[in-house]
Design a protein around this ligand. Structure first.
Ligand code: 2AL
Length: 252
């Protein structure tokens, strides 16, 4: 199968980290194509960043409409439902994937994310995904996303400490890593902590493989049907949804 792995921020080095984590767990028959958004923020750390990242994300999907599945590799799962509207294959967000994986492995998990403001957004995701009964707490180390790539930032030690606190104080049985840029920390943390450490990138790849293996696609009934044809004005005129044959055919 062909899996499109999308980093919706515009930092190529982060895409490389994400792609390595994805390829490390992919099945032999899974071909992973990693793409970095060409337009939008260098990191996604708030509602505005998320909104501005979605056009770049849509570009990547529109350029490769025949991929068997897509993974959105940002913990805010920006544009997840919009992506599902325009794609026919499954689209998996890493936050949703990680939380579901954690719920299979422990009765309670904690999320460890980057900034305090993304902590609040992750709490909203927990509610949106109906995970309130499973998520004990969302924690933040309060450093910016791109500082994860700075060896001098001490992020690795701060994340380890936060995970230890989550296990001791929240009594969580699993940890969800709350940023795609943490995907290279899974092994480091897993070797030091006695609970499952879940990187959403890896979890999303395996869920995508499972859904494709089951022959399942995104539902095209109801709200995830292809977008209704209409004109869009101004700088978004090229994004107007095309006409489709009766029966809601694929993107053209
Ligand atoms: C993220 C992420 O995963 N990538 C990015 O740019 N921002 N989310 C986060 N919560 O730190």
């Amino acid at each position: 199968m062909r899996l499109k792995l999308i980093n919706p921020n515009t930092t190529k080095s982060m895409t490389d980290t994400i792609a390595a984590a994805a390829r490390a767990v992919a099945a032999p028959g899974t071909e992973i194509t990693a793409a970095t958004s060409r337009s939008g923020p260098v990191s996604i750390e708030g509602h505005y960043d998320e909104a501005m990242s979605i056009v770049g994300l849509v570009d990547v999907i529109r350029e490769d409409p025949a991929a068997d599945a897509y993974v959105i590799a940002c913990f805010g799962d920006p544009g997840l439902l919009a992506a599902r509207e325009i794609a026919s294959g499954p689209v998996i967000g890493i936050a949703e994937a990680a939380m579901h994986a954690a719920s299979f492995l422990a009765t309670g998990f904690s999320v460890v994310t980057t900034l305090e403001r993304t902590r609040i957004i992750a709490e909203q995701l927990v509610r949106n995904y109906g995970m309130e009964h499973h998520c004990r707490r969302v924690r933040a180390i309060d450093i910016p996303v791109l500082e994860l790539e700075n060896p001098k930032s001490n992020a690795r030690a701060m994340i380890l400490k936060e995970c230890e606190d989550a296990i001791a104080q929240d009594k969580s049985g699993a940890i969800v890593l709350g940023c795609a840029g943490m995907a290279d920390l899974t092994r480091f943390l897993q070797e030091r902590l006695q609970v499952p450490i879940i990187d959403g990138v890896a979890a999303a790849v395996k869920f995508a493989e499972a859904l494709v293996g089951l022959g399942l696609k995104t539902s095209k009934r109801g709200d995830l049907a292809y977008p209704l044809h209409k004109s869009y004005k101004g700088m978004l005129s090229n994004y107007a949804p095309p006409t489709r044959p009766a029966g809601n055919g694929p993107n053209t």
